[in-house]
Design a protein around this ligand. Structure first.
Ligand code: HEM
Length: 401
């Protein structure tokens, strides 16, 4: 890498609040000593998928049973619901076994995380939506997988399903019998297994992708860093007061979530320091623009701009640039609005300081920022809870072309 590229790569890592050098090859050099398992074989997660459910879903897809499975799964919503009847025997046995918290889950921490999510919800919705959501479009493997799968053709529907996942995760009862997250995560695990069988059959994905089977454990870890690790770093960078117990609980929530999505315990970081170290190795090096990602970002920002957030599209573009860096903004071709950029640079830190009780007087622009993040949160909540929201369902094909 030239020194110029190295410098801009370093600044990208810094801008995202994530250490790491973009452009370097992602070799797996992370020690399982830093994992929740505490030990492991040192296996490379790029070559680990979810063998048992992948084989089950391949069989279910090939024998045309997906519509019947989706119908059966519709009534399965709350964590405490019994498994529905009408499922193929192998799938029912599998779900019975995986649809539960890992032995190392700490319910007290999960309850604290749920409370933390509620206390910081507006920042979280904004960071997940405009930060992680748009970052996913510059993670090439994820962007291509999403674009060429069935869901890529209808981003509104897909975004609503993803919101459902985030909403269930953020709910106060997320992990309790009356909550829904364990079921949502398990259904997502089935969707990912189906995608692993379907996408390799897409000639478009084959032509674009640099891998043969998508959504490895390594890919899921990257997405976790673009969500949990990224949001944690941003909250610290923005000086949002966080107690050590809150930070720990927020990590725990994500540890359990990615376990439920099929990531092996030997890859799941034990502490934020371990997560940061892993993110440095696997996320930042992989960020890059793709044609698919650009289109997805435009779809997502277009959908967001349609809602009444009280701000212009130029402001939205600049907010994404502020959160994710100008480099990412340039990759995605986000039109500049220098007045909005100046307003955000000066106003956002003051807004947070006032909101968190660290400034005695409301700064200029307070109400505009306040309306913006509240409206974003409402957009998120309405999409996740509206009766028209499509529940997470297993796809039967890919994007047509
Ligand atoms: C589907 C969440 C990682 C690609 C889904 C769904 C959710 C979800 C909730 C169901 C909603 C839907 O059907 O659109 C997550 C989370 C992840 C993760 C929380 C990690 C923490 C990944 C990765 C990839 C990926 C790493 C690809 C590299 C897809 C695709 C679909 C999907 C292609 C199906 C879209 C469709 O055709 O409907 N994911 N995902 N996901 N995910 Fe993930």
């Amino acid at each position: 890498m030239s020194s110029l590229n190295r410098r801009s790569a370093l600044s990208l890592g810094v801008a995202l609040g994530l250490a790491g050098v973009a452009g370097a090859a992602p070799a797996w050099a992370w020690s399982p000593a830093g994992s929740v398992a505490g030990t492991g074989t040192g296996t490379d997660p790029w070559w680990v998928w979810d063998d048992e459910v992948d084989a089950l879903m391949a069989g279910i897809l090939d024998t045309g049973q997906v519509p019947a499975v989706n119908t059966a799964l519709r009534s399965w919503v709350d964590n405490g619901d019994p498994l529905p009847g009408g499922l193929p025997a192998g799938l029912a046995t599998y779900l019975q076994r995986v649809d539960q918290l890992p032995s190392w889950a700490d319910r007290a921490k999960l309850r604290r995380a749920a409370d933390f999510n509620r206390r910081k919800d507006t920042y979280l919705f904004m960071l997940y939506g405009l930060g992680s959501g748009i970052m996913s479009t510059v993670i090439p493997r994820e962007a291509r997988a999403v674009y060429w799968s069935a869901g890529g053709a209808d981003m509104k529907d897909r975004a609503a399903k993803t919101f459902t996942f985030g909403y269930d995760l953020s709910d106060l009862n997320a992990f309790e019998p009356g909550g829904q997250f364990v079921v949502s995560a398990t259904k997502t695990r089935l969707v990912h297994a189906a995608v692993r069988h379907l996408l390799p059959q897409s000639p478009h994905w084959q032509a674009a992708a640099d891998e043969q089977i998508p959504i490895s454990n390594g890919d899921i870890l990257i997405t976790f860093h673009s969500l949990g690790t990224f949001v944690h770093r941003k909250l610290i960078e923005w000086k949002v007061p966080l107690s050590a117990a809150d930070e720990d609980a927020f990590l725990h929530l994500w540890q359990v979530a990615i376990h439920l999505l099929g990531v092996r315990d030997e890859f799941i970081p034990k502490t934020w320091a371990d997560a940061d170290a892993q993110s440095t190795q696997v996320l930042t090096p992989l960020l890059a623009p793709t044609a698919e990602g650009k289109e997805l970002a435009e779809d997502l920002l277009g959908l967001t701009a349609q809602a009444d957030l009280g701000v212009t599209r130029g402001f939205l573009n600049e907010f994404v640039r502020y959160v994710l860096s100008d480099e990412v903004g340039d990759w995605l071709g986000l039109r500049r609005d220098y007045a909005a950029a100046a307003l955000i640079r000066a106003g956002w830190p003051a807004y947070i300081a006032f909101r968190e009780g660290l400034l005695p007087v409301a700064p200029a622009g307070f109400f505009m920022f306040d309306q913006f993040i509240r409206a974003l949160a409402m957009l998120f909540l309405n999409n996740a809870t509206s009766p028209t929201t499509t529940p997470i369902t297993i796809p039967t094909g890919n994007r047509p072309g």
